[in-house]
Design a protein around this ligand. Sequence first.
Ligand code: GRF
Length: 201
Amino acid sequence: ARLVVLVSGSGTNLQSLLDAVAADPDGYGARIVAVGADRDGIAGLERAERAGLPTFVCRVKDHPTREGWDRALTEATAAHEPDLIVSAGFMKIVGREFLARFGGRVVNTHPALLPSFPGAHGVRDALAYGAKVTGCTVHFVDDGVDTGPIIAQGAVEVRDEDDESALHERIKEVERELLVDVVGRLARNGYRIEGRKVRIP
Ligand code: GRF
């Protein structure tokens, strides 16, 4: 399967996918054909360039309207003819055109146990709430924010001494493994989305 990965930051989830493909190019069942971002100058793009991959950047501020940005993101992604799009720390909400084109084929990873703590500050919100267990969720993207059908989740304990970054790092250790496992299975086995359930044969 052809993957396009969308990033906004350090790209450690992207790196885990790159490493998984490199470790077993034939067996993993997927390869990354391009990496897209919503901003320049991030480590995620450097990781892609080091891996010799094409990259593209679609910045909201370069477009007069949000729809224009969404169209640009859709076209830049479509140019690489992806089978699956992986949003790995991509911090923008994709729009109607993107979902019309790729709906049912966009996977997102979120650093909390959805439906708890959706949105851009899932780690901070779980910590502030006093949750004893949090974690990460890999799900399909629908037209809501972090509301699509859940594919897999991993639990992570919250420790008394945790601050946001310590907890996020511990979550990311689980998240990277979960994402690599899910993307590989979706790519190799195919899948069916039945309402809120995801079936991977
Ligand atoms: C991940 O934990 C992702 O769930 C969250 O931001 C983090 C991105 O990390 N949205 P990286 O860019 O993959 O290192």
